[in-house]
Design a protein around this ligand. Structure first.
Ligand SMILES: Cc1cc2nc3c(=O)[nH]c(=O)nc-3n(C[C@H](O)[C@H](O)[C@H](O)COP(=O)(O)OP(=O)(O)OC[C@H]3O[C@@H](n4cnc5c(N)ncnc54)[C@H](O)[C@@H]3O)c2cc1C
Length: 314
């Protein structure tokens, strides 16, 4: 980005919410990544539209960042604008049997789940303890396999800004959700907010289900470490049956290859969950790519299945 472009952007965003040449690693849960030319903490729809329109006109690459819990940025960083969505607004609409809650896309997923409990809204328990934001969870269609939950389950519609800055409402059906997928992955616009509908339930029952989810997380996943969650998707049912395998779990295959504890510099495969890579100290995107390719190769040779990445390398 040149000086004029930086000057123009600075006029669109309040001082303090735009930073130039700033490292991306601290904005990700795995703490990897070089610097972005510009990082903008976006609040309002108007401001987002202005930045999106300007980036398009000037042909500046734009990357949307939620909680950064599913991303590994390259060591060279990002040549363009990283737009971090931060607003945490909600709107609750109730009737006697159901409740609709609209969350802005920067709303923290775990907090959205907490708000659902407080409003007696059942069906968001799988979000309990999930890192990241509502926008990222919809993009990834984040899931809770132990409880057969996906983010899309309770979705009604989203407010979506296309790359030309025009805002429309898209229904759940239009987003064509499936395992680890939504149509958002084939578009380059922005989820501004999302409306979910829930059945009313006793908050104590909902909290109990949330506690089970959290307990499961704490006993099956490494906690308090720098990671981006599961590196690979689980394989499909068809792949499992075709290769006569006992499970769909990517972690199982990695474990059976004896790769727990495998290391590349500061990056290590977790002893607790083999599908989690942990940045113990100073790991790079190159280390991440090296280790994931090694895992794919070993799993393919042993089980004849090709693992597909869940973590996004940008
Ligand atoms: C400890 C740990 C545990 C995890 N457990 C789970 C789990 O149980 N289940 C699971 O599915 N995942 C899990 N994850 C992965 C991750 O937390 C989820 O995928 C999460 O929902 C990603 O949200 P995010 O806001 O951090 O997305 P980011 O990592 O910020 O972004 C992910 C993608 O979404 C896009 N995006 C983000 N916001 C928007 C928006 N508003 N509009 C358009 N695009 C957008 C980004 O451009 C990017 O392509 C885990 C991760 C960690 C670190």
């Amino acid at each position: 980005m040149n000086k004029d472009q930086k000057g123009a952007l600075s006029k669109m965003v309040d001082t303090g919410r735009i930073i130039y040449n700033t490292p991306l690693a601290p904005l990700t849960s795995i703490k990897i990544g070089g610097s972005a030319d510009a990082l903008i903490y976006a609040h309002s729809e108007h401001e987002i539209a202005q930045v999106v329109g300007y980036a398009k006109n000037e042909q500046i690459p734009l990357y949307i960042l939620g909680g950064g819990s599913n991303i590994v940025f390259s060591d060279e960083g990002y040549r363009g604008i990283v737009l971090k969505l931060t607003a945490g607004k909600e709107l609750v609409e109730r009737d006697t049997r159901t409740c609709r809650i609209t969350f802005s896309s920067g709303y923290i997923s775990h907090l959205a789940s907490v708000r659902a409990v407080q409003n007696g809204c059942g069906g968001f328990e799988g979000m309990y303890g999930l890192p990241g934001t509502i926008g990222g969870a919809l993009y990834m269609n984040s899931k809770w396999p132990a409880g057969h939950f996906t983010t899309a389950d309770r979705l009604v519609s989203i407010l979506y800004m296309a790359e030309d800055g025009i805002t429309t409402t898209l229904t759940k059906e239009e987003l064509m959700f499936s395992y680890g997928f939504s149509m958002l992955q084939n578009r380059s616009g922005i989820v501004l907010s999302a409306t979910f509908e829930f059945e009313l339930e006793d908050p104590k029952n909902i909290q109990h289900k949330c506690d089970l989810v959290m307990n499961y997380r704490q006993t099956t996943q490494p906690i308090g470490v720098h990671t981006a969650g599961c590196v690979f998707k689980n394989i499909s049912l068809e792949e499992m049956e075709h290769a006569h395998l006992p499970t769909r779990s990517a972690g199982y295959f990695i474990d059976k290859c004896g790769l727990k504890g495998e290391r590349k510099n500061g990056l290590v495969i977790s002893d607790i969950h083999a599908n989690f890579f942990i940045n113990e100290s100073g790991a790079t995107a190159k280390d991440f790519i090296y280790l994931k390719e090694k895992v794919k190769d070993r799993v393919y040779k042993k089980f004849n299945v090709l693992l597909r990445e869940e973590v996004l390398v940008v």
